[in-house]
Design a protein around this ligand. Structure first.
Ligand code: HEM
Length: 141
């Protein structure tokens, strides 16, 4: 789930915020009342943080024993005091839906379509959403 949110986060950009005072951040001077747009995608795909920034690579979050590894560059819900208020609800829902589906089904492309040929380019709007795909849900119970 972490790697899915890293690679295909629905929010490429955080809500715009405005500086309430003059700020110097990492050598950059930002004047009071400047509107700041935080590009979350640039962090989630940062080549200095992720071994394979543009591929689905769950090992980004796993140690050699298969345990979850945290990375500060994982910020699909943004960071700081105005980060997403619904983060814990969203994470709980993602876990319950995803795990319940994967416990019951194996998902495969339709006959004649290979996994590599699936186009994972998102539909661009204020949020990014997946394009429609046909798939097979194989009962594995
Ligand atoms: C996967 C699901 C979600 C993602 C990736 C997400 C992501 C985000 C992001 C990036 C922001 C902007 C934070 C910033 O400006 O720094 C935000 C703000 C916010 N989100 Fe979410 N969100 C999700 C689900 C939800 C849900 C389920 C709720 C409510 C039930 C929610 C409520 C809010 C609210 C109220 C804010 C504004 C917080 C503020 O300005 O103080 N979000 N979210």
């Amino acid at each position: 789930i972490h790697e899915t949110q890293r690679l295909a986060n629905i929010a490429p950009i955080a809500v715009p915020h405005r500086t309430s005072q003059d700020v110097t951040f990492r050598g950059y001077f930002i004047k009071k009342n400047t509107t700041v747009y935080v590009l979350l995608t640039s962090v989630l795909h940062d080549e200095s943080e992720w071994e394979k920034p543009y591929s689905f690579h769950p090992d980004h979050f796993l140690d050699k024993d298969g345990k979850l590894v945290k990375n500060d560059a994982f910020m699909p819900f943004s960071a700081g005091r105005r980060a997403c208020l619904g983060e814990s609800l969203a994470r709980m829902e993602l876990f319950i839906f995803f795990v319940t589906l994967l416990q019951h089904f194996r998902f495969r492309p339709p006959p004649g379509v290979s996994e590599d040929s699936l186009d994972l380019t998102p539909r661009v709007g204020f949020t990014l959403s997946p394009t429609a795909h046909k798939l097979r849900a194989l009962d594995c119970m």
